[in-house]
Design a binder for this molecule. Structure first.
Ligand SMILES: NC(=O)c1ccc[n+]([C@@H]2O[C@H](COP(=O)([O-])OP(=O)(O)OC[C@H]3O[C@@H](n4cnc5c(N)ncnc54)[C@H](OP(=O)(O)O)[C@@H]3O)[C@@H](O)[C@H]2O)c1
Length: 479
């Protein structure tokens, strides 16, 4: 259990969806577990002219959606919340924010620590970071940490520009780029699982692995996020960040490493070794899809969704084969897949071992599955069975370390921010490599017109996604 932390949070976009759905409930959990107790305050800031009281009401209302605690404790918590109307382009407003933060720091004895949280549109990230610096919001004797939500750019050029802007204002060590998959317990536990299971770790290389599959499937469509989705698509929204970071956890060297710098270096090295694709290889190694209506015709096709163009070519499904040029991994396909309107929600890693693993005492061709969200009470499967029932002893996991999805990703990431632990945040060098890789695919796709829609809602995506593996003599484990 982390001990009590002190800080003033300034939440840019404090009236928005992310703040109310994710941040305030997570802060409340930390309040209930006393990680946040007496020495913290939250300044919500956005353009609309809310009063403190009104802001607190919205915070309590959002908590009521997730918790059935007494209103009294929610009201006590909400007393730490303050609202400051602010337009990101107005320098004067930053002075008002600075003064309010200073006053609250005295009132709550917050140790001059500041967390600047960007829960606003990405186009404002650079402007806000620059103003925090130029208007002197940073304190001298506490910490000043900048938290950036995704998406971090929409291609390599825009990510470079954004990074240039924020790094003029904040040193890299004070920048916390969120990829909320890195806050999920299973993703955080992957290095532990590897470090605690020498046989599995011994098998994780091109001698013993046939292929590794990462699937992030959703059964829902774009819902009310059509406007955002039209600017993104799955490639940018899921593959560049979440899928790559999951691969980073499973395939980086040295899972025993504890220091953030070492862990990041290992991940950077892995991503720097991504095997580049030629434009022609994009056609053979990656598949894109867009959902049509379902078999009954009841569900909307993507092109019928609100705020989506009738002739949209945005992909709602991607499958692809990624490879790395390292001694450890060269020749091993990492098949990745993410899509909307698939039959079920599932986030999983399937490690498909080959027949040589018998020399390690593992049954040939075993499949180890790590479920990122627990399914049917299971978190680790061997050949589809709970690892404890699978009759193979190469995975043992200390009971106390077993994850239970009890911590919300944002709760865990906020503890890390308050503790100055950057392990579960993404470094610029990682993003540079992954964007470069993704840009090749995007550019190729943007130069061609796809035949969309090409898969029925509720199915596994276009047939080409199956063929991608069949061609190599493999098949998807989650099917
Ligand atoms: N929502 C999610 O689940 C989610 C998930 C992952 C990442 N994100 C990222 O989180 C960020 C916020 O997303 P969101 O969904 O919360 O957006 P949102 O609901 O549209 O909220 C945007 C916030 O920004 C404020 N704002 C807009 N223009 C402003 C300006 N000129 N000056 C000051 N404040 C301004 C808005 O309030 P006013 O209109 O009153 O100014 C509002 O509080 C985005 O970067 C998004 O990509 C969101």
């Amino acid at each position: 259990m982390a001990k009590e932390k002190s800080a003033i949070f300034i939440i840019f976009g404090g009236s928005g969806d992310l703040a109310h759905r994710k941040l305030y409930p997570s802060l409340f959990r930390l309040y209930k577990s006393k990680v946040l107790k007496d020495h913290f305050a939250v300044i919500g800031t956005a353009r609309r002219p809310w009063s403190d009281d009104y802001f607190r009401e919205t915070v309590i209302t959002s908590l009521e959606d997730y918790f059935d605690d007494d209103k009294e404790i929610m009201e006590e918590f909400a007393k730490h919340f303050f609202y400051q109307s602010h337009d990101v382009n107005d320098s004067e407003h930053y002075i008002a924010l600075k003064n309010l933060a200073g006053k609250l720091d005295d009132q709550f004895e917050a140790g001059h620590n500041r967390v600047y949280y960007m829960a606003i549109a990405p186009r404002f990230f650079g402007t806000v970071a620059e103003h925090i610096n130029s208007e002197g919001l940073k304190t001298k004797d506490g910490y000043n940490r900048l938290v950036i939500e995704k998406p971090f750019g929409r291609d390599l050029d825009s990510a470079c520009e954004l990074n240039g802007n924020i790094s003029k204002a904040f040193p890299e060590d004070d920048i916390y780029r969120i990829d909320h998959y890195l806050g999920k317990e299973m993703v955080q536990d992957i290095p532990n699982i590897r470090a605690n299971n020498p046989k599995l770790e011994q098998a994780l290389n091109n001698k013993y692995v046939s292929n590794i599959q990462v699937t992030l499937a959703e059964s829902i469509g774009v819902e009310d996020r059509g406007g955002y989705y039209e600017t993104a698509g799955v490639l940018r929204d899921m593959i560049q960040n979440h899928v790559m970071q999951i691969i980073g956890a499973i395939a980086s060297d040295d899972p025993k490493a504890k220091e953030a710098k070492v862990i990041h270096k290992n991940k950077c090295d892995l991503f720097a070794s991504l095997k580049e694709l030629s434009p022609e290889e994009v056609d053979t190694e990656f598949v894109r899809g867009q959902y049509d209506t379902d078999k009954t015709g009841e569900k909307k096709a993507y092109r019928q969704e609100d705020n989506v163009a009738e002739d949209s070519n945005i992909e709602t499904f991607v499958a692809g084969k990624i490879e790395f040029n390292t001694d450890r991994w060269s020749g091993v396909p990492f098949y990745v897949r993410s899509g909307k309107r698939m039959p079920d929600k599932s986030s999983r890693i399937d490690i498909v071992l080959n027949d040589k693993v018998k020399e390690l005492g593992i049954r040939p061709n075993s499949v180890v599955t790590l479920l990122i969200e627990k399914e049917d009470g299971n978190s680790i499967l061997i050949n589809g069975l709970n690892y404890k029932d699978a009759g193979q002893d190469f995975i043992e996991f200390p009971e106390e370390a077993e994850f239970d999805n009890a911590r919300e990703a944002y709760e865990s990431l906020i503890i890390d921010i308050l503790s100055g632990n950057r392990v579960h945040f993404t470094l610029w060098d990682e993003l540079r490599s992954t964007w470069k890789y993704i840009d090749t695919i995007r550019e190729r796709w943007d130069s061609q017109t796809p035949e969309f829609p090409n898969y029925i809602s509720g199915t596994m995506g276009p047939d080409a996604a199956e063929m991608l593996l069949e061609r190599d003599g493999n098949s998807w484990i989650w099917d």
